[in-house]
Design a protein around this ligand. Structure first.
Ligand code: NAD
Ligand code: UFG
Length: 332
């Protein structure tokens, strides 16, 4: 199939481009390069032996998206493009609604006009909010607790309305847990601009000497070692989940929400120790106050993904840490 990846040069988009390319799909990447650069395209080409098409542009440019759907005979869209920093979304909610919600509406207008009605949307576990029980399954009530999370929830609801209005739409909202790691080659990975918000890139930057120590945000949570627990998922497992979701959508109209996680939670200290073990290095750390807005613990029920998509995550925490380190050692 011919697949359009909005936000395709970003972290998850680039890994998904590899997984789709290796499964025989033709991929076209659309990105405005607000949080990525074109160097990744050569690297994808190096891995899959074929250069994906790239269009520099904004998903909110409906005319451009219509045109590229026509030119590249697009059959389905995976919609990654968006802003994703929780703290920034609290400070600049209008930018988040404009990019994430308006961007999706514009994409839907283009798809509708060109009669392309298969869509995978990058949602997030953050839509669930404060856990009423764990693991979160897809029936857990949704109540996002910050503007970023609310953009994801609004988009999920918009997509639900669209699928209800016309039985030929096929929509899967994939609720990612915590994607980490890099492609096994070390050629592509996550390189955040500025100080990383997220745990794994921060650990990698301490390991490589860019930062002196990791700050562990809180050691007094009601978790086994007092530090926050999350469901970290290898980005290549996540990427393969999209290939499975595309197969699932083929011929299945309607809307669905599916968790992509491993079902296993790890604490901050466990991740740090796994990184030390996998890569033979020491990570200096200090306990710092809790980070505002953080939840103590959450992890996925991975049953629905297994049942519907026939997919489950395979790679271990050690592989997540080893691939991250390999990517950093390539000098990116
Ligand atoms: P990323 O920032 O690496 O990738 C997003 C890409 O979208 C970037 O390349 C950026 O330049 C591009 N982009 C942003 N706005 C655009 C626009 N208006 N038009 C065209 N391109 C645009 O982020 P990522 O980690 O790859 O995340 C991809 C998606 O997955 C996002 O929607 C994010 O909210 C979602 N998600 C990410 C995580 C995570 O922890 N990484 C967790 C849950 C959900
Ligand atoms: N942490 C630290 N020190 C750091 C960074 C993080 O101790 O320097 C801790 C956090 O307090 C948390 C854990 O590591 O307990 C994971 O934090 P991340 O920032 O890596 O990930 P979050 O779970 O906070 O959030 C991520 C994405 C969100 C997304 C959410 C979805 O950043 O955008 O997963 O599950 F909404």
């Amino acid at each position: 199939m011919n697949i359009l990846l909005t936000g395709g040069t970003g972290y998850i988009g680039s890994h998904t481009a590899v997984a789709l390319g290796q499964s025989g799909h033709e991929v076209t990447l659309l990105d405005n390069l607000s949080n990525s650069d074109t160097a990744v395209i050569d690297r994808i080409a190096q891995i899959i032996g074929k250069r994906p098409s790239f269009v520099h542009g904004d998903v909110r440019d409906t005319a451009l998206v219509r045109e590229l759907i026509k030119v590249h005979s697009i059959d389905a869209v995976v919609h990654f493009a968006g802003l994703k920093a929780v703290g920034e979304s609290v400070a600049h909610p209008v930018d988040y609604y404009a990019n994430n919600v308006q961007g999706t509406v514009s994409l839907l207008q283009a798809m509708q006009a060109e009669s392309v009605k298969s869509l995978i949307f990058s949602s997030s576990a953050t839509v669930y909010g404060v856990p009423q029980y764990l693991p979160y399954d897809e029936d857990h009530p949704t109540r996002a607790i910050n503007p970023y999370g609310r953009t994801k929830l609004h988009v999920e609801e918009i997509l639900h309305d669209v699928a209800q209005s016309d039985a030929s739409w096929r929509v899967a909202c994939l609720r990612y847990f915590n994607p980490v790691g890099a492609h096994e080659s070390g050629l592509i990975g996550e390189s955040p601009r500025g100080i990383p918000n997220n745990l794994m890139p921060f650990i990698a930057q301490v390991a490589i000497g860019m930062r002196s120590e990791l700050q562990v945000f809180g050691d007094d949570y009601p978790t086994p070692d007092g530090t926050g627990v999350r469901d970290y998922i290898h980005v290549m497992d996540l990427a393969e989940g999209h290939v499975a979701a595309l197969d699932y959508l083929n011929g299945r109209p309607g809307w669905s929400a599916i968790n992509l996680g491993t079902g296993q939670g790890y604490s901050v200290l466990e991740v740090m120790q796994a990184f030390e073990r996998a890569n033979g290095c020491a990570i200096p750390y200090a306990i710092a106050p809790r980070r505002s807005g953080d939840l103590a613990a959450y992890y996925a029920s991975a049953e629905q993904a297994h049942k519907l998509l026939g997919w489950s995550a395979k790679r271990s925490l050690d592989e997540m840490c080893a691939s991250t380190w390999r990517y950093y050692q390539t000098g990116v």
